[in-house]
Design a protein around this ligand. Structure first.
Ligand code: NDP
Length: 450
């Protein structure tokens, strides 16, 4: 590595830290990408022309707004709403909305930044954005959720649209919330613009497979990675952290492919289930009744144990799929997993592994697929939903699932090939960052300094 590229990247990063103080998750996401770009700039210095890297790290637009709503006791509550429209060089901004008390600008920026490269990797014409609120849906009534969503959309509707910005779900935003958000958008805009949100109900513009897409896509990509190393899910023991949308459908697909999901979790604790997870029961507990995973353990019968507040990464397995939230798996956890025999890790969540964990996996020859590639199935299927909306069509489950599988296979092949092109065979972090970057960068360079 030449000193000049190293210095150039350090200078960009120092400037970014100063201009974006107090946003550690954003710093972490940018730092990982910049680290990978060093070998690109070494080969192709024109990627540093025209302030390209600085422009890439600066959102095109950041919106922060007040979201007042009235709770069931008649009290006024005030939350903060965000939408970061990061990059639209490849297509309209596309990315989910997160409702969680931890949400702040730095978290939305990290997610929006990651989304640019992820969306590029799908090969579909979508730019990167992300939004959300520090609203906590836990413990709220359906009516409270509805009033909050209506207030949130009353501001957001001015900034989104089929050709401008198309939000979807994320943590705390599922089918129920998308319904309330879409209803308010339709009322305010006085048109049934189905392409404005994805993750909609099937009767009003939704796509089959969207609910399953992130989890299924994660497993399709992991399967491809395992096959490259002569292995498969058949007979494999798998840890899936979280028990939300991504985790449940990842678990389902793992078991359909002959694997056994031996542990799942929520933010209160984890369960061990040596004989596999009962998918119908976990769906009933988490999706229908919206209860804690401890309720699953209480009802699942013999062999299943609940570990309050425990560390899920202590469980022995062949494959780990972190599907809960950012930085849920650190360097110590990575060592535990590797010592216990894990050979594959793929990120279902966004940035669930700390940089220390990623380095540990790579140094211990654990095959590691980053979220940008591994969890791109959700947004890819959202783009398929947009295609169906644009043509007033609706595709079968089998057809849509096959499109998803092909997209995930192509993402893995592209990432693998790119890593090899840069003499870093098996480094899927480098492969994903560079492949995602180049497409966006080429589009930005072609479109001038904007
Ligand atoms: P859900 O809200 O459906 O589920 C989130 C799960 O993660 C829950 O089990 C939740 O437990 C757990 N969790 C959340 N915060 C924490 C925390 N601080 N510590 C431990 N556990 C936590 O969200 P999704 O399944 O949709 O999203 C999960 C991850 O996948 C996120 O990183 C998201 O950005 C990413 N993702 C999602 C996509 C999608 O299509 N939905 C697409 C691509 C990525 P609890 O109920 O206790 O809070």
């Amino acid at each position: 590595m030449s000193d000049s590229v190293d210095t150039q990247i350090s200078n960009y990063y120092d400037k970014l830290l100063k201009r974006n103080a107090g946003e550690p998750e954003f710093h972490q996401a940018v730092s990982e990408v910049l680290e990978s770009l060093k070998i690109v700039l070494e080969k192709d210095s024109h990627y540093a022309d025209d302030g390209l890297i600085e422009r890439l790290c600066e959102p095109e637009r950041q919106l922060i707004f007040r979201v007042p709503w009235i709770d069931d006791q008649g009290q006024v509550q005030v939350n903060r709403g965000f939408r970061v429209q990061f990059n639209s060089a490849l297509g309209p901004y596309k990315g989910g909305l997160r409702f969680h008390p931890s949400v702040n600008l730095g978290i939305i920026k990290f997610l929006g930044f990651e989304q640019i490269f992820k969306n590029s990797l799908t090969g579909l014409p979508i730019g990167g954005g992300k939004g959300g609120s520090d609203f906590d849906p836990k413990g709220k009534s359906d009516r409270e959720i509805m009033r909050f969503c209506q207030s949130f959309m009353t501001e957001l509707h001015r900034h989104i649209g089929e050709y401008r910005d198309v939000p979807a779900g994320d943590i705390g935003v599922g089918g129920r919330e998308i319904g309330f958000l879409f209803g308010q958008y339709r009322r305010l805009s006085n048109q049934h613009e189905s392409g404005v949100l994805t993750g909609k109900g099937l009767a009003w513009g939704g796509s089959l497979v969207r609910t399953e897409a992130t989890g299924y896509g994660l497993v399709y990509l992991t399967q491809e990675m395992m096959q490259t190393h002569g292995e498969s899910f058949d007979g494999a023991k798998v840890i899936v952290s979280g028990s939300g949308n991504v985790a449940i459908y990842a678990a389902q697909k793992v078991q359909q492919l002959g694997g056994t999901v031996v542990a799942m979790s929520d933010s209160s604790g984890y369960i061990t289930c040596p004989n596999g997870v009962d998918i119908d029961l976990i769906k009933d507990v988490k999706e229908v009744r919206r209860e804690r995973i401890s309720a699953y353990a209480a009802e699942a019968g013999s062999g299943v144990e609940y570990h309050a507040g425990g560390n899920i990464w202590e469980v022995a397995a062949d494959v780990a799929l972190p599907c809960a939230t950012q930085n849920e798996l650190d360097g110590d956890d990575a060592k535990l997993l590797a010592d216990n025999g894990v050979r594959y890790v793929a990120e279902g969540a966004n940035m669930p592994c700390t940089p220390e964990a990623v380095h540990y996996f790579q140094s211990a020859d654990v095959n590691f697929a980053p979220g940008k590639a591994a969890n791109a199935g959700g947004v890819a299927t959202s783009a398929l939903e947009m295609q169906q909306n644009a043509t007033r069509d609706s595709w079968s489950f089998e057809y849509t699932d096959e499109r998803l599988r092909q997209i995930m296979t192509n993402i893995f092949k592209n990432v693998d090939k790119t890593a090899k092109q840069y003499d870093r065979e098996g480094d899927y972090v480098i492969g994903a960052n560079i492949a995602g970057f180049k497409k966006v960068a080429d589009a930005m360079l072609a479109q001038g300094i904007i």
